[in-house]
Write a protein that binds this ligand. Structure first.
Ligand SMILES: [Mg+2]
Length: 425
């Protein structure tokens, strides 16, 4: 057994509790900005709260439930700290998801003069101590078995599957609970009489080879303890999502002003997308009222984008669904999720790729201006009210004037109609 799988327990909520220790021991759920439970503490789980419940439903089940908005930037930060701690022990780390990773411990027993299970225990204890919440870890001969091991004794478990004990762990494990087996494959396996991982792994080579696909054959091998899946140790930009929120005081109900604040949030989030060469497919935006209620809407973009003009145009169409002139607002925000590498979404012949190309060049010019003269030297017309209302109007004017010169050089010869692009003069 050489592969260690590490999985944080209740990761999003654990990060929140590490940030706000006073909430420990209480039923807590994140997802307030969406109006649904997105992650929950064990206390909330024990009280019967489930993921996906609406706030109202959750309050009915448990009236003391504490709802907080998700804070993905903090989660990313904790995620990076997790990887950094693990890399102190081994350079062979696969960043599998925001709160999970695989580590290859091969040879480390000789290096540290300790058994692999001792090293696994030490990594877990260091993570628990330094991050302030619990991790479940599993040590096994393959990635698939390590996944089973880490899930075995949650929360805060440490499970070691020795080669000769594999069958004990597979005996009562349904095939649907094996990593890589989805509902369809599980159904297919059930149909041919394979219900548990044990039944699966004990079929003969010939049986598997003739009846099942390559992927299912690979899983069969992995379950026997023969490693097929190597670790993918390429570094990832592990952004799960990007969010930007801004509170405004005093609370206000002016349509243009509130929209403008949202527009500025979109611009800021897009700057971050472009910095990491990412694009977004799912845009979630919300308004928070003076009485702390959230009204939100989620948009699925036709193609991934990091262009604020495209995104604001879509938000513009739906803004009235959540805005009411009879409510006073105190904050707006956007959450970008389903992030992809920008290179993957460039060629779409249906969407005026030429125009998009030009816009992309403009935004790369804008990013250069911002780098030189400061953020929001040039901004979209739709963000005008939000930017001008911010504390340093004079500075914005001065910077805008200076940067216009530079911006001209980049784009003056190209006449493109950009309805949302504005400048301060
Ligand atoms: Mg987890």
């Amino acid at each position: 057994m050489t592969i260690l799988h590490i999985d944080a327990d209740c990761f999003f909520v654990s990060c929140e509790l590490a940030k706000w220790p006073k909430l420990r021991g209480k039923p807590v759920a994140t997802g307030m900005e969406r109006g649904i439970v997105s992650a929950l503490s064990y206390e909330a789980k024990y009280k019967g709260i489930k993921r996906g419940m609406s706030i109202i439903e959750a309050k009915r089940v448990c009236k003391d439930i504490i709802f907080i908005p998700s804070d993905y930037e903090t989660y990313s930060l904790y995620s990076k700290r997790m990887y950094n701690i693990v890399r102190r022990y081994s350079s062979e780390v696969e960043e599998y998801s925001i709160d999970e990773c695989f580590v290859d411990l091969t040879g480390l027993d000789k290096l540290y003069n300790k058994s692999l299970s001792q090293i696994a225990k030490e990594i877990k204890e260091t993570l628990d101590k330094e991050l302030g919440f619990n991790f479940s870890v599993g040590l096994a001969p393959t990635k698939t078995l390590a996944k089973i091991a880490s899930k075995w004794n949650k929360p805060s478990g440490l499970t070691i599957i020795e080669r000769e004990e594999i069958n004990n762990y597979l005996k009562d494990l349904e095939v649907i609970d094996v990593w890589g087996i989805g509902p369809q494959t599980s159904l297919k396996l059930n149909e041919i009489g394979i219900k548990t991982a044990y039944e699966y792994v004990n079929k003969s080579y010939d049986y598997i080879k003739t009846r099942l696909h390559k992927l299912q054959y690979e899983i069969w091998q992995e379950l026997q303890g023969n490693m097929v899946y190597k670790l993918n140790t390429n570094l990832k930009d592990n952004f799960y999502s990007i969010s930007k929120t801004k509170t405004f005081t005093p609370a206000i109900n002016n349509y243009d002003y509130v929209f403008s604040q949202l527009s500025k949030n979109v611009e800021n989030a897009c700057i971050k997308l472009r910095r990491y060469n990412l694009a977004v497919k799912s845009v979630f935006f919300f308004l928070k009222t003076q009485s702390f209620n959230y009204h939100s809407f989620e948009i699925k973009l036709l193609r991934a984008s990091n262009n604020p003009i495209e995104i604001i145009k879509e938000i513009d169409k739906k803004f009235r669904n959540i805005y009411s002139p009879y409510r006073m607002y105190r904050a707006s925000g956007v959450v970008f999720s389903k992030l992809t590498k920008n290179d993957l979404c460039q060629t779409d012949i249906f969407l005026e790729s030429l125009k998009n190309d030009k816009l992309e060049r403009i935004f790369s010019g804008l990013d250069k201006v911002s780098k030189k003269y400061g953020k929001h030297s040039i901004f979209l017309g739709s963000s005008f009210k939000a930017i001008v209302s911010s504390s340093n109007i004079a500075k914005t004017h001065r910077d805008a004037k200076a940067s216009r010169e530079c911006f001209k050089g980049e784009t003056s010869k190209k006449k493109i109609n950009i309805p949302y692009l504005g400048r301060v003069s």
